[in-house]
Write a protein that binds this ligand. Structure first.
Ligand code: ADP
Ligand code: MG
Length: 252
């Protein structure tokens, strides 16, 4: 019998910015196909957690395994964090503010990293990029520049760009918070489609209705730790912890 392995395993992750302690021992496991929604008060370290998973931040203590292998190790004494660059390539991230290159066309935004950092032949990258744009209904925008697109379209391009690199895990940090309300649904639809295709994802959102729709699990983070962790019906619908309860009552 093959044993199912967690996709992500975090143990005792500690993070500080100077004297500001942001994460004080995060423990969590994610299983293949999990869609983990992270909720919690502003400034509680949600973005930091995702940035750590993307290999963008050092940690002071703790370790993270990805795909059953050691990915990130903090080392308090030396202050050096070890990050496995091969595993880092397995993770894709989309941020709140679109990070497209303004001087490049949409198709070039998609293919740049695949060609330059992954060594994908240009025709193959173009082909894959066009397929992704087609899938997201943005084929006609291939030769446009980011400034010619709506916010929702830009976020869909940002998702497509992450997908170009075949991530095994996708991270979404409040990707709809900067959008006009009428543009939110088109971006959420793309994430829901990825969820249907069993793409593992970790996402931060303030939209509790969306969280309820997409999550297989919800964690409530506050004070630098995971306060509550469970299925969406429980954490969003009937939280056990009083801090979670208070937060949910405020945001729903
Ligand atoms: P959240 O996403 O939950 O709102 P963040 O992870 O962005 O929280 O931030 C957690 C805390 O860390 C906040 O107090 C924030 O001001 C601080 N912080 C975030 N990034 C930095 C940084 N680069 N340097 C210093 N402090 C930071
Ligand atoms: Mg944030």
């Amino acid at each position: 019998m093959t044993e199912i392995q967690p996709l992500v395993e975090m143990r005792g992750v500690h993070k500080n910015y100077g004297t500001l302690q942001v994460l004080s021992g995060i423990d969590l496991e994610m299983w293949p196909g999990d869609r983990l929604v992270v909720i919690g008060p502003s400034g509680g370290g949600k973005s930091t957690l995702l940035r750590i998973m993307m290999g963008l931040e050092d940690i002071r203590r703790g370790e993270i395994d990805l795909l059953g292998k050691r990915y990130i190790t903090g080392h308090e004494q030396s202050g050096k964090t070890r990050i496995d660059s091969t595993l880092r390539k397995q993770v894709g991230m989309v941020f709140q503010h679109y990070t497209l290159f303004p001087h490049l066309t949409i198709i070039s935004n998609l293919t740049l990293a695949a060609i330059k950092t992954r060594g994908m032949p240009k025709p193959a990258a173009l082909d894959k990029g066009m397929q992704l744009l087609k899938r997201l209904g943005l084929e006609s925008k291939a030769q446009s520049y980011p400034s010619q697109l709506s916010g929702g379209q830009k976020q869909r391009v940002a998702i497509a760009r992450a997908l170009m690199l075949d991530p095994r895990l996708m991270l979404f940090d409040e990707v709809t918070s900067a959008l006009d309300p009428e543009l939110v649904a088109e971006v959420e639809a793309v994430m829901l489609e990825l969820a249907e295709q069993q793409m593992p994802m970790m996402l931060v959102t303030h939209d509790m209705w969306f969280a309820k729709n997409i999550a297989s699990r919800v964690i409530f983070c506050a004070g630098g730790v995971v306060v509550e962790d469970g299925p969406p019906e429980q954490v969003l619908g009937d939280p056990v912890n009083p801090r979670t309860r208070e937060f949910i009552e405020r945001v729903f």
